[in-house]
Design a protein around this ligand. Structure first.
Ligand code: ADP
Ligand code: MG
Length: 213
């Protein structure tokens, strides 16, 4: 069956999947950050998503909507996570929530609009461009791919392909120097190391794909 709408139950399951994934990947993401940053990326996200999980315990999908869900996630990450990734991912979820316009369910094109709003917020806040060795290197190609295909019928295939595009974007950070973030001061020594935020961003997106069924 082709899924044409993304409802509040789906998004709640996605956020729960994200929280579980971050626990599994915490040490890996932290080890990436140990190579070119300060070794806390997985720890930061784990602190944030543990708070998210706590917030979700009392989350009533009948009384709430997609906007209030994503705003809660964004506020948790903004409030609990130090470092660059807290405000960046916080804004990402917050603006996805704003774009959902208090709906209980959205179409695929509306979901793509939400994703676009999230990525735009990361860019507005962090000012990173493609090739700066940040999470933007994974997010921007996926955003473009989704925008080009937002009217497509086979949503699951498009989402899967967007994930592939994101992984390629993350891989592209391996062999470049950083122009933003802590890895900037390493110069050429950042070459050969993957950007931790690019890696976490595709792993977070994978949760949207997994919960499509
Ligand atoms: P910190 O760097 O403050 O320790 P984290 O380790 O949690 O924070 O997150 C680091 C990640 O944040 C980087 O791998 C990169 O992807 C992302 N990042 C840092 N600065 C920016 C920026 N200006 N724009 C986009 N992403 C950024
Ligand atoms: Mg760090």
């Amino acid at each position: 069956m082709i899924m044409t709408t993304f409802d509040i139950g789906y998004f709640k399951a996605v956020i729960e999947e994200m929280a579980a994934m971050i626990e599994v990947e915490r040490d890996y993401l932290t080890s990436l950050d140990s190579s070119i940053g300060d070794g806390d990326h997985g720890i930061n996200l784990s602190i944030g998503f543990r708070d998210v999980s706590k917030q979700l315990e009392q989350f009533d999908t009948a009384a709430e909507n997609i906007s209030t869900l994503f705003k809660k996630v964004g506020m948790s990450l903004l409030g609990k996570v130090g470092g660059a990734s807290g405000p960046l991912y916080g804004s990402f979820f917050l603006k996805m929530g704003v774009a959902a316009q208090n709906k209980q369910a959205v179409s695929f094109a509306e979901f793509v609009e939400m994703y676009r709003a999230g990525v735009t917020a990361v860019q507005n806040r962090g000012k990173a461009e493609l090739g700066d060795k940040t999470m933007i290197d994974a997010m921007l190609p996926a955003m473009d791919y989704l925008t080009q295909h937002q009217e497509a019928d086979d949503v699951a295939a498009i989402m899967q392909e967007a994930l592939v595009v994101m992984k390629q974007g993350a891989e592209s950070t391996d062999n470049i120097v950083a122009k933003k973030g802590r890895a900037l001061r390493l110069g050429e020594r950042a070459i050969g190391h993957r950007d931790p935020g690019a890696e976490s961003s595709w792993k977070l997106f994978e949760c949207f794909v997994k919960k499509l069924g």
